[in-house]
Design a protein around this ligand. Structure first.
Ligand code: HEC
Ligand code: HEC
Length: 273
């Protein structure tokens, strides 16, 4: 087990403890969401027709399907296809994306980054899709999907309600999964605004560089140097909240406070200065 020992005089307060508990709960919910994914399937067995939404009974309404359809056309359809005969475009086809493992469409030239997340066990669920659509880099740092993100939570729910129609049995996909409501994952702006203490970051970084190369070489373990700080911060929070699947990184991130993460982001962004 890897522990990050604060130097004398630095201690975690009550707030930190409470925060870790909330995080743990969120992570447990995420683990449950990751537990029962269905096998990935390719697009050629796509359903012939997409049933009308009014006939589909659902335990929980995710959102407004009609509005979701408009958002899909406007935000996603330039790069992705769904439905009978959907093929790959700039992005992979997204039939049956709920329950599908990340980077599972054969022959699509995915980024190494999303392939790695898929190997680690990232599955597309309501929660992970929501996070990816909100900010693709939070989940997949090196993603090739150049999409700025859909900010409004209600819009994302509408869009996902529409996309869910293109899953196997839209009314009956494992209920605990696509219908599961999101757990608190958004980073309050205060967190992104924390100014990192570079010296503290340097101190903490000695643990990280037992695995990650200081010079940014990425031999098996990805490089974490010279990232934009906000991208580093969201990545670490995504591990801490269990949105990113890698167990070791989750454990490491859960021991860090918001200030620790900001400090590390600053340090690694400027490691040679
Ligand atoms: C500019 C083109 C573009 C736009 C717009 C875009 N995407 Fe993507 N998307 C991609 C690319 C390229 C990838 C592959 C990412 C990679 O390789 O890292 C991708 C990957 C994905 C994946 C992961 C698929 C898999 O097989 O793991 C999902 C889910 C996704 N996009 C959903 C969406 C949704 C929903 C929208 C609209 C809100 C959207 N995308 C908008 C290009 C785009
Ligand atoms: C025991 C080895 C190990 C240690 C120690 C470690 N990491 Fe990692 N880290 C990894 C591995 C392996 C990955 C790839 C995980 C994945 O695929 O999600 C990773 C991924 C990451 C990523 C995401 C990279 C990407 O491209 O998506 C960040 C950011 C990160 N680590 C930061 C840190 C920080 C900060 C520390 C120190 C506090 C740290 N790591 C300590 C092994 C480690």
């Amino acid at each position: 087990m890897l522990t990050i020992t604060p130097p004398p005089g630095q201690r975690r307060g009550q707030a930190g403890l409470r925060r870790s508990l909330t995080t743990l709960l969120a992570a447990m919910a995420a683990a449950a969401a990751l537990a029962g994914p269905v096998a990935a399937q390719s697009g050629d067995s796509a359903p012939e027709t997409v049933q009308s939404t009014t006939t589909i009974p659902r335990a929980v309404e995710l959102g407004d399907v009609e509005h979701g359809r408009e958002l899909w056309e406007f935000e996603c359809a330039a790069c992705h296809e769904m439905g009978p005969g959907a093929g790959d475009g700039i992005g992979p086809q997204l039939n049956r994306v709920f329950g599908r493992r990340a980077a599972a469409v054969a022959d699509f030239p995915y980024s190494d980054s999303i392939r790695r997340m898929g190997r680690d066990g990232l599955y597309w669920t309501f929660r992970t899709l929501d996070a990816y659509i909100e900010n693709p880099y939070a989940l997949v740092s090196g993603t090739r999907m150049s999409y700025a993100g859909l900010d409004d939570e209600g819009d994302r729910a509408d869009l996902l309600a529409f996309m869910r129609l293109y899953s196997d049995q839209p009314g009956d996909i494992p209920e605990a999964e696509p219908t599961a409501r999101r757990v608190e994952v958004e980073l309050p702006p205060e967190v992104l605004e924390i100014r990192g203490d570079r010296e503290w970051g340097e101190f903490l970084a000695s643990e990280c560089t037992t695995c990650h190369q200081r010079d940014g070489a990425a031999a098996g373990i990805p490089s974490i140097t010279y990232w934009p700080e906000d991208r580093f911060v969201v990545a670490m929070h995504a591990y801490r909240e269990g949105l990113r699947p890698h167990q070791v990184m989750q454990n490491i991130a859960r021991r860090l406070t918001d200030e620790d993460i900001a400090a590390l982001a600053t340090y690694f962004a400027t490691i040679d200065d």
